[in-house]
Design a protein around this ligand. Sequence first.
Ligand code: SAM
Length: 230
Amino acid sequence: MVRELFNSIAERYDLANRLISLNLDCCWRRRTCEEALEALSPAGGRISVLDVACGTGDMLRCLKKKLDEKGICAEFYGLDCSENMLEVAKKKVPFARLVPGFAEEMPFDDESFDFITVAFGVRNFFDRRKAIGELYRVLKPDGVLAVLEFSRNPSILGKLAWFYTERVVPLVGGLITGNKKAYSYLAESIGKFPYPEELAKEFESAGFSTLKLRWLFPRIAFLLLLRKGR
Ligand SMILES: C[S@@+](CC[C@H](N)C(=O)[O-])C[C@H]1O[C@@H](n2cnc3c(N)ncnc32)[C@H](O)[C@@H]1O
């Protein structure tokens, strides 16, 4: 169901994101890359980076820019279950190896990656526990995992952002992509998603340790930074 949903909106996904979030989605990805890279201690040489649920490749593009700025050599991989999202990504991130597949069963060897990101993907996984296990398996010991997601926040700002997401986003997203249901699903999936602290506990139960958990303006998105190992 989720794959079909993203296949149907792939062509206009980027435009809808920029307009609906007033470009904030780019700031959230940028902040995620910057903070995650601070936690990363490359031992020299080339590192392996994986973006899970990479969609149209925005996170990969941001990662490449930030790693280039830091002079860190990397090979980039993107995994996604929607072939249409990957089609769009192919044109935007020619430097990355884009692999079709599910987070719940990743086609990668154990301990393949130094650094993994998942932006707005965890909420969509059909078996979150299994996917978290896979993230743990393919990450190297001491590797860093950055999760960027939406959740509800009880502050006034958070409540306003939630109202916008629930009431306005389906109308605007529907107008841009012709698929209002896809954007009603956004609020529905956020509504059912655990709060950030609960999500962090799920990762900790799988063997990760939490490095950082913080809300991003305007308190509808949050960043969870984890390390593999205790
Ligand atoms: C909201 S989009 C986020 C895309 C991108 N990360 C970004 O920041 O724009 C969610 C993506 O997750 C993918 N996805 C959903 N469930 C998945 C799963 N179980 N395994 C792999 N990809 C999945 C969808 O195809 C979609 O491209």
